[in-house]
Design a protein around this ligand. Sequence first.
Ligand code: UDP
Length: 235
Amino acid sequence: MKYKRILLKLSGESLQGGQKYGLSPETLQSYAEQIKAAAATGVQIGIVIGGGNIFRGLTGAKKGFDRVKGDQMGMLATIINSLALQSALEDNGVRCKVLTSIRMEPIGEYYSKARAIEYLEAGYVVIVGGGTSNPYFTTDSASALRGIEIEADVMLKGTRVDGVYTADPEKDPAATKFDEITFEEVLDRRLKVMDLTAFTLCRENGLRIIVFDMDTAGNLGKVLAGEKIGTLVKL
Ligand code: UDP
């Protein structure tokens, strides 16, 4: 295997599958199967999940919710998603711990780097819920932060799009995909890999990112085996 320890970022939206809102049991099962196969190869897996399938603070603020409370609602949404994935993983026989960035035992143990690494080394999949615990951040920032903290070899950003393109492929049919790109070129070309706070954290700490389509079964295993799918963002 190419990597010893990874941080997998899953968007909340992807968990809704074909639905407009909430959690799709089929998507959870598909992700659980892919993560199970990956864990069986011995790679240590940390996971951060978004909450956009349930609530986003910024969208809430546009409707009149207080931004900070809305962001806190969004962070709670990430915990709901974390528990859903933990449940799907455990149903598939995968040992998994949920750690939370906000204290809320007994739902999950309070996150610390040491605790996360202890569980990863003991063979658990570790999901860190609750974002960064701070408003005005995103779960992309949380995954950058946790990825750096746990000393992951790479951040795998599972999305619905299969990599980084010259333009949005859903809007521009002429857009072409990069196999590899540098952090600098992403900035120069104003491409959107993740929000700038998250992107800068990865860049300044040398955490490589692979953007890939997690919705195609088997893709996680291919990325881990070093197959050139998705786009690698590197220094
Ligand atoms: N959020 C936050 N701080 C964090 C992470 C998340 O306030 O550190 C809130 C924010 O309101 C965000 C919501 O949680 O809109 C859901 O996270 P995100 O939008 O990143 O989820 P995704 O788009 O990946 O589903």
